[in-house]
Design a protein around this ligand. Structure first.
Ligand SMILES: C[S@@+](CC[C@H](N)C(=O)[O-])C[C@H]1O[C@@H](n2cnc3c(N)ncnc32)[C@H](O)[C@@H]1O
Length: 392
């Protein structure tokens, strides 16, 4: 594909992406979108316009990156969220930074806004073309992009290095072996490097790497990224960052010895803090650790309104608990009806819902005639905790 030809007619390209987006958004067939674009485009180019349009439609919904940029749906899936990229660029700081697996350049552009000079490398030529165009559209001029293999970039001189490697989209067991370029080799080549890892990775697998800091980042209260910082980039053993609030906690990981059953209030702990093993850094009087449906909470019999603890906690008041033998979620719904009918209009289901999240949600909501939202925590299908949020 000759992307040069495509980008040369940028205003025509933009107009046609918009046209295709309008058609595809209405659920109309791809062929109709293809017919809507200019006759200037050759066969393969029309398909590219459609792919840009599809990717931008998804991004409009997810608000992951700047929608004026050029990316395919598969690029969007692995791209760094702009908010995360911005935070990390500030952490990487000034000087000369090399982004060794830059993809379409989201992290690289953010680095360029903070650093003095940035080098972006990727082995995929197409991504380097998009990254260059994206930097241009973002008005960032201090980045030099080139096609290359990160494992052969040992001679590249920079003050610090960043690497967001490729990994399989889904795999039950995260290992270092499935990541490319080879992480162990990369840390032997570059001392002051930050490397992205799958957030679910078992930490024992990282024992063979040189000393590093593990930084867990949550975005809108969902675990989003795990970055390992080596050399002078390391500041502590672990850290947790919650975005967009931009709060950081550092320390040493510690396990929780005792788990308590839920009392009147639940304080849901930000997943970055629990993944980092830094729950103990939140000093909260009378709050006891509590764990269910893969989530950590503090629980207590009373609560103060400042218990949000700097944005790391989300508070719920428990309004009811239904205990139910070994029944399925569907059977539980029948029990929920009486408890919720007059008080709530919407429900958010939490926990191991066996199937059909939206069907179950709809069925429950059809039975409700009140106002407000109830959170239903299904605890191993034997207990249902009904709660409402106190603080966002
Ligand atoms: C997860 S993506 C990076 C996404 C990027 N941070 C962004 O926001 O667009 C991983 C990238 O690593 C590149 N890659 C994998 N192995 C590489 C290697 N040995 N050398 C250079 N790039 C490599 C892939 O082509 C891919 O673009």
């Amino acid at each position: 594909m000759n992307y040069e030809r495509l980008f040369k007619k940028q205003s025509l390209l933009e107009r046609d992406i918009d046209k295709a987006m309008n058609i595809l958004r209405r659920g109309l067939p791809t062929e109709k979108a293809m017919r809507s674009v200019s006759g200037y485009w050759k066969e393969g180019e029309k398909e590219v316009v459609i792919r840009f349009a599809r990717a931008r439609i998804t991004n409009n919904r997810k608000k992951k990156i700047d929608n004026r940029l050029y990316f395919y749906p598969e690029d969007l899936r692995v791209a760094t969220n702009s908010c995360v990229a911005e935070y990390r660029a500030k952490r990487m700081g000034r000087g000369v930074i090399a982004d060794l697996c830059c993809g379409i350049g989201i992290q690289t552009i953010a680095l360029g806004r903070v650093a003095d000079r940035v080098m972006g490398i990727d082995k995929d030529e197409r991504k380097i073309v998009f990254a260059g165009k994206n930097a241009e559209r973002s008005g960032v001029k201090n980045i030099l992009f080139s096609v290359g293999d990160a494992e052969e970039a040992g001679k590249l001189k920079a003050d610090a290095y960043f690497c967001d490697p490729s990994r399989p989209i889904s795999s039950s067991k995260r290992t270092l072996k499935e990541i490319t370029p080879n992480i162990k080799y990369m840390v032997s080549l570059f001392r002051d490097i930050a490397i992205e890892l799958p957030p679910q990775i078992n930490r024992n697998m990282l024992n063979e790497l040189p000393p590093h800091e593990l930084e867990y980042i949550s975005l809108n209260r969902k675990l989003n990224r795990l970055t390992a910082y080596f050399g002078r980039l390391r500041k502590s053993e672990v850290s947790a960052v919650t975005l967009p609030k931009n709060r950081v906690v550092r320390g040493r990981s510690r396990g929780i010895r005792k788990i308590y059953p839920p009392e009147n209030f639940l304080l849901e702990i930000d997943p970055a803090l629990s993944a980092a093993g830094l729950i103990h850094e939140i000093g909260l009087k009378d709050a006891k650790p509590c764990f269910f449906h893969k989530t950590w909470f503090f629980t207590s019999s009373k609560i103060r309104m400042d218990d949000e603890c700097g944005g790391w906690l989300r508070a719920y008041r428990i309004v009811g608990v239904i205990k139910t033998g070994e029944e399925s979620v569907r059977a539980l719904i029948e029990n929920v009806k009486d408890a919720l009918h007059d008080s709530y209009k919407r429900v958010i289901l939490r926990g191991d819902i066996e199937e059909g999240y939206y069907a179950i949600k709809r069925r429950i909501e059809e039975l409700l005639a009140g106002e407000g939202t109830a959170h239903l925590f299904f605890v191993r299908q034997r207990m249902l905790i009904i709660a409402e949020t106190l603080m966002p």
